[in-house]
Design a protein around this ligand. Structure first.
Ligand SMILES: [Zn+2]
Length: 327
């Protein structure tokens, strides 16, 4: 670990989201010491996102420098080059992260998928400390999953392992934003719930103002949750579907990875804790294996930022295998 003596005492964590960039300077034991945020560039070339990240890092004016940079990013990723290739939801579809940041700062830069980073953060500094099998799930505009199995962070051949938001939970089901059929995210992603509501309203004969508004596309996810809480029958119908789907997705992940703990983050979960409690009650109905504790993500809205920092503090050996192969 001699790099700590030579190049600064902390690391930089970076969260590259579709709309927001966040960077943080962290101590080597994972404490956030300074942070900055900006909008993700909506246009520009392959270097535009790295340039914006570099400017944010420089805005922190870290004295003594830093030893490494960890990045958790929207995918899909090319793990060998640390490049995002054809991401569907951001203005700039393809951009470089690893190479330009390494050139700019002269320190190692580690790039993983966002939920993968968050899983590593839970494993090293959150709910998974002392455990070997940890799953992180984000219920946000989409559904993302990362997994540490037998102590190994799962990376996959392109860096996109555990795309569990797109596991099929109903092969006769609704179409996902990605074009696939019956994916978990199509039933539980924050941006998919209004589409799900519309599909239910069209398929079933509802005499309901809420259902009519859903058909006209006038109702967003926060309002559906609000009406659910008020007992609106159509909203209850929709959210019951989301609860079952989310429980099924979690059960699938539990059956596949046999985790000791599942940490759940993302705005849909964190803003609707009553919903998450209902989901947790239903998981055993779909799980074969014993259901482990399902807990709230340790770092809240900053799960990816903390996870990215932990990737820099203690780079996952499974990730380093890919970098050795690329070298
Ligand atoms: Zn999908």
């Amino acid at each position: 670990m001699e790099r700590w003596d030579t190049v600064g005492d902390g690391v930089i964590g970076v969260d590259v989201g579709a709309t927001r960039l966040r960077v943080g300077f962290f101590s080597r034991d994972g404490h956030l010491l300074a942070r900055a945020e900006a909008r993700t560039p909506s246009q520009g070339g392959r270097g535009s996102v790295a340039k914006a990240v570099a400017e944010l890092i420089e805005s922190l004016a870290v004295e003594g420098g830093f030893a490494a940079v960890g990045v958790g990013t929207i995918g899909p990723l090319d793990v060998y080059t640390g490049r995002v290739v054809g991401t569907p939801n951001a203005g700039v579809r393809s951009f470089d992260l690893k190479e330009p940041l390494e050139e700019r700062f002269g320190v190692p830069v580690y790039v993983v998928n966002d939920a993968t980073a968050a899983a590593w953060g839970e494993f090293k500094g959150g709910a998974g400390v002392g455990k070997l099998n940890v799953v992180y799930v984000t219920l946000s505009t989409g559904v993302g999953v990362g997994a540490v199995v037998d102590g190994n962070l799962l990376i996959g051949k392109s860096g996109n392992a555990v795309e569990a938001g797109h596991i099929v939970i109903n092969y006769r089901g609704v179409v996902c934003g990605c074009g696939g059929v019956g994916h978990w995210e199509a039933y539980a992603g924050g941006s998919a719930i209004p589409r799900l509501a519309r599909a239910i309203a069209l398929e079933e004969s509802w005499d309901s103002e809420t259902a009519e508004r859903a058909v006209r596309g006038e109702i967003g996810t926060p309002e559906i949750f609000r009406l659910w809480r008020l007992g609106d029958p159509f909203a209850v119908r929709v959210i019951n579907e989301v609860i079952e789907a989310t429980a099924a997705g979690l059960a699938n992940v539990i059956n596949v990875f046999d985790p000791e703990v599942v940490a759940v983050g993302g705005s849909v979960a964190l803003k609707n804790r009553d919903f998450l409690r209902k989901v947790i009650e239903v998981v055993p109905k779909y799980a074969l294996l014993d259901v482990p504790p399902i807990v709230e993500a340790s770092f809240g809205d900053d799960a990816v930022l903390y996870g990215a920092a932990w990737v820099a503090i203690d780079p996952p050996p499974t990730l380093l295998k890919y970098y050795l192969r690329a070298a």
